[in-house]
Design a protein around this ligand. Structure first.
Ligand code: HAM
Length: 419
């Protein structure tokens, strides 16, 4: 048997209800906040991610699904969405449309990570990005969106962490301070930290293995330039004024290279080690870096699988907007064509109709109708066809009614309201 690839999932039936619940909340909240949808390709030129996510990151060094296509181009399955949005912004000339441009996306992302609960190789993100504003109001709005979105899903057992990672003006001095601090400790550090010491020293701060050493490292706050410092203060004022609780996590540095100034994450302790349900921040240099003009931007992305894990851990069941389901069961050749005529009539009233296209006995038909969640079965036997009537069976109670065929659709609709 051919099995699915490690770290991927099939999503179906009951599980799908959680997905629809989350996706419909995304559609609602993005509309309320005036974000427009963008769909970008699932694969891009490898160079895009190397440049934007950063050569020194784990994502680029170890986790990308990269292959050569038949034309000899290096292609990568997108590991995240921000780089593609920035590319689309430049390529499609969004800069001419005025600022800000507010976009959202949903879809699969690919990272070759070690699979475990909440960590997949194909996972799904919801992301929003505001491009064109340098003002902390834009950062604030992105964070408020994240908080509102989780509230709409009734997720409240989460915590917001914020930090500033500085900018290219203030970071070099801070990096040097870290290098000095770690210089005599390097031999005792884990393999990842040793590698990152030269590549990306700030990532040593969020190492889970060498946490104690990181906890005593110099923090960025005394190194921030005036501009970054003012930006961070203003963001905090906005959060406080709007009653959004947060904690400053001085070791929050994010795993992607494009961040400047604001970085933030929302974590759910109930998730264990993969507790970050969403993360984001400001990336003022990215658009220019991939060939556009200077376009400051800020955004975040959330993992849908992780959100669903939180929903389940909190016992939240999805509110689905299912339309009532009717199963039509044609019991003999003379009723086959008629079954589809009835189905059309019912569907015109907005009902969801399942026509049983199997050749089997009534017991098995009823059993299957119940399995798919049908509330009412409409039985079309020889006698029913002859007399232009139908037998209607309410599956939960077993009660049955014989109804004139011409009134069947209205009768079913009324009955469904009572159930
Ligand atoms: P990220 O922190 O790499 O940021 O990913 C965002 C979210 O995607 C994580 O918080 C997590 O919920 C989910 N996620 C990441 N990797 C996996 C995985 N292997 N399995 C399951 N879920 C995962 C970004 O991707 C940035 N593009 C966010 C952003 C948007 N920053 C600015 N704008």
């Amino acid at each position: 048997m051919i099995r699915r690839i490690k770290g991927t999932q099939d999503i179906y039936f009951e599980e799908m209800k959680y997905w629809h619940y989350v996706e419909s909340a995304v559609r609602k909240v993005t509309k309320l906040y005036a974000f427009e949808e963008i769909r970008t390709p699932i694969f891009e030129a490898t160079e895009l991610f190397k440049r934007s996510v950063g050569e020194s990151t784990d994502v680029v060094q170890k986790e990308m699904y990269t292959f050569e296509d038949k034309g000899g181009r290096s292609i990568t399955l997108r590991p995240e969405g921000t780089a593609s949005v920035a590319r689309a912004f430049v390529e499609n000339g969004f800069i001419n449309l005025g600022a800000p441009i507010k976009l959202y996306y949903m879809g699969p992302m690919f990272r070759y990570e070690r699979p475990q609960a909440g960590r997949l190789r194909q996972f799904h993100q919801i992301g929003i990005e505001t491009l064109g504003s340098q003002h902390p109001m834009a950062d604030y709005e992105i964070i408020e969106f994240a908080v509102t979105f989780l509230k709409r899903l009734k997720i409240d057992d989460v915590k917001l962490y914020i930090n500033s990672v500085g900018c290219e003006k203030c970071r070099p001095t801070y990096r040097q301070a870290l290098k000095d601090y770690y210089a005599d400790k390097i031999d005792g550090l884990c393999g990842d930290c040793k590698r990152r010491y030269d590549l990306n020293i700030m990532r040593l701060l969020d190492c889970k293995v060498d946490g104690d050493i990181a906890a005593k490292a110099p923090t960025i706050h005394s190194y921030l330039c005036d501009e970054c410092s003012a930006h961070f203060n203003e963001l905090q004022e906005l959060l406080k004024a709007n009653d959004i609780d947060y904690e400053i996590d001085q070791r929050l540095v994010r795993g992607l290279d494009y961040y400047t100034k604001t970085a933030f994450e929302i974590r759910a302790d109930s998730l264990g080690s993969q507790n970050q349900i969403l993360g984001g921040g400001r990336y003022d240099g990215l658009v220019e870096y991939i060939g556009g003009k200077f376009v400051p931007a800020v955004g975040f992305a959330a993992g849908i699988e992780r959100i669903i894990m939180v929903l389940k851990s909190l016992g939240i069941t999805p509110e689905t907007e299912d339309i009532p389901s009717v199963a039509i069961l044609p019991m003999g050749k003379e009723s086959f064509a008629l079954a589809f005529e009835y189905a059309r009539r019912f569907r015109r009233r907005g009902l969801s109709v399942f026509v049983d296209v199997m050749d089997r006995n009534l017991r098995n038909r009823l059993k299957h109708a119940a399995r798919i969640g049908a509330k009412i079965a409409v039985i079309l036997g020889e006698e029913e066809v002859e007399k232009n009537m139908v037998t209607i069976k309410v599956l939960d109670t077993g009660s049955q009614f014989k109804v004139d065929g011409d009134f069947a659709a209205r009768f079913v609709q009324e009955k469904l309201k009572e159930i």
